[in-house]
Design a protein around this ligand. Structure first.
Ligand SMILES: C[S@@+](CC[C@H](N)C(=O)[O-])C[C@H]1O[C@@H](n2cnc3c(N)ncnc32)[C@H](O)[C@@H]1O
Length: 348
């Protein structure tokens, strides 16, 4: 069977123009998890329109559509039949997977925001690289959460999404935005605040939690209620905050030392451009909160530290870095000072 996939027009032309390469890498990764065997994956142009092309040796199963429909770049999927010189494209209905509507990821705009399609891609890469599937009850953590793009992207899949963020203002704005979103969209929810760490008031670290569901019945059931939680704290304390191996994936966009600093010490607010300091400090705890068979995906600026050096940092902390193709295909220019790449590692 031959499929053509039309890419999402995107919200950002710069990202769209470099998205071919990333989309191809994401699709190649998805192929490893499809029930059908992929024979060929490529980019083709038909009547001056670019498509991603996938040829499989059998029909596309329902479970395959679940994976393909969630890929970050997918706008429309067609079966491609060629009759002589004519191209016949038959649209296939995508799996309607969205729990919260994906518009939640693009409503907030601010400097330093991680592109929302790129963020969706990182989440897919993490899931597809783990032992888990979209049918599992997934809990994810963004330990450098900023104003929550990863968390909101997680809610579109119906995942429980938790974040740790050092900056109080960012945490506050994330919480205010999410509360307003749930109210405006009339999503049943309950907000709570609870101390999770620290023996005295000055050390107290709290988690702000939203439990929510699309209807009353789901809201009453432990199984179907969803959670978004955010902690204003330091990521090196992830295990102290969460206390168990609970996450299927850890996904985030590391500080670039440009719009955001990698703040090593809250009091002196000293900033370093090198993410490996932050990783050395935090990876032991991120590994502890990650379940076996779970994956870590982090984006970073490869102008500052190269892939081999970064991979070494992950390996030192006992994670298995995935480096075969397509994992080496995600590097791309964002602007003059940022060449972004992702590192993917598993807990075995
Ligand atoms: C590149 S930004 C993430 C942006 C986020 N993905 C978004 O779209 O809003 C990195 C974030 O990491 C935070 N950060 C830096 N060091 C941290 C630490 N040790 N613990 C928690 N957060 C930290 C910074 O304050 C910044 O908000």
């Amino acid at each position: 069977m031959k499929l053509l996939i039309l890419q999402h027009p995107g919200h950002n032309r710069v990202y769209y123009n470099l998205a071919d390469k990333l989309a191809l890498a994401e699709l190649k990764l998805a192929c490893k998890r499809l029930a059908t065997t992929c024979i060929h994956v490529d980019i083709v142009e038909i009547e001056k329109v670019r498509y991603l092309f996938l040829e499989s040796d059998g029909d596309i199963a329902e479970s395959d559509m679940k994976i393909l429909s969630r890929l970050s770049f997918v706008f429309a999927i067609f079966i491609w039949n060629q009759k002589g010189n004519e191209n016949h494209l038959i649209p296939i209905r995508k799996d309607e997977y969205e729990y919260l509507n994906s518009k939640i990821c693009s409503l907030l705009k601010y400097p330093g925001k991680t592109n929302e399609l790129f963020t969706q891609m990182m989440i897919n890469v993490a899931l597809l690289s783990s032992d888990y599937s979209y049918d599992d009850k997934i809990k994810m953590l963004d330990p450098v959460a900023g104003k929550g793009t990863t968390l909101f992207a997680g809610t579109t899949h119906g995942f429980d999404a938790y974040g740790i963020e050092l900056e109080h203002k960012a945490v506050h704005e994330t919480s205010i935005f999410f509360k307003k979103y749930l109210q405006t969209e009339r999503v049943k929810h309950q907000y709570s605040k609870k101390q999770i760490y620290g023996s005295n008031k000055s050390e107290a670290i709290e988690i702000q939690k939203f439990d929510y569901a699309l209807n009353k019945a789901d809201f009453k059931s432990q199984e179907s209620v969803k959670t978004l939680g955010i902690v204003n704290g330091h990521s090196k304390n992830a295990y102290k905050y969460f206390k168990k191996e609970k996450f299927n994936m850890v996904v985030g966009d590391l500080p670039y030392g440009i719009a955001h600093g990698n703040v090593k010490d809250k009091k002196t607010a000293s900033k370093t451009r090198n993410p490996s300091d932050l990783l050395h400090e935090c990876l032991p705890e991120w590994t502890k909160v990650l379940k076996k068979g779970g994956a870590v995906v982090m984006a970073w600026n490869s102008f500052i530290i190269n892939r081999q050096q970064l991979a070494k940092t992950f390996a030192i902390h006992g994670l298995e870095v995935l480096s075969d193709t397509p994992y080496d295909q995600f590097e791309h220019m964002v602007d003059k000072s940022i060449k972004r790449d992702i590192v993917v590692a598993r807990k075995e």
